[in-house]
Design a protein around this ligand. Structure first.
Ligand code: 3AM
Length: 180
């Protein structure tokens, strides 16, 4: 079995800018910069045969490349029990199209439909018992944060492995987008 998800990588300079946000929230487990990504579709544990089918379908996908910008910070989870701190992704029609195509490809490979709403983001940290006020301060501090635009010229099939403190992600395959 292999645990998979489809996502977007980002340039080193964007990773560096994001990593400067790390700090100031007690109870935060900050993601290492090499882990930063935008998840397009979480797949989960699949047999290797299914992984091959998913890979084949993703290879058939055709989309032009586009640009993406990141903006502001927010959290997932209830106000008083936030689970994840993230940087948002600016509204982007091409990203929505790519996500829909990836969803179709994954379903063609036999996976059930994703029912959760797509909220594109880059996870900065996972939180445990972080004080509400410190999260609020963090959000206010970085409300005007912007990064990009950067070119999205490919997307990636990642495998996820348990690591010390955080998951370790491997790029299993990358799929080029067509020159715009
Ligand atoms: O893009 P992020 O970092 O928010 O939280 C996991 C991570 O999302 C998410 O998939 C991404 C790569 O691991 N994830 C993990 N388990 C999940 C699950 N059961 C999940 N997403 C949905 N359902």
């Amino acid at each position: 079995m292999i645990r998979l998800f489809v996502g977007l990588s980002m340039p080193e300079e964007i990773r560096q800018r994001l990593s400067l946000l790390n700090g100031g929230v007690p109870g935060a487990r900050w993601e290492p910069p090499e882990n930063y990504h935008v998840t397009l579709r979480f797949i989960g544990e699949v047999e290797l045969g299914r992984a091959e089918d998913i890979d084949a379908e993703l290879h058939r996908l055709r989309m032009p490349s586009f640009t993406l910008s990141l903006s502001a910070v927010d959290h997932f989870g209830p106000h008083d029990k936030a689970r994840v701190l993230y940087v948002g992704v600016e509204r982007n029609e091409m990203l929505q199209r790519l996500q829909a195509k990836v969803e179709n490809a994954v379903q063609r490979a036999g996976m059930p439909a994703e029912t959760r709403k797509f909220t594109p983001h880059v996870t900065l940290a996972r939180l445990k018992d972080s004080p509400v006020q410190r999260i609020q301060t963090f959000r206010e501090q970085y409300n005007l944060f912007r990064a990009g635009p950067f070119a999205v010229t490919e997307f990636t099939l990642y495998s996820s492995h348990p690591g010390k403190g955080h998951s370790v992600y491997h790029e299993e395959a990358t799929y080029p987008l067509e020159a715009a």
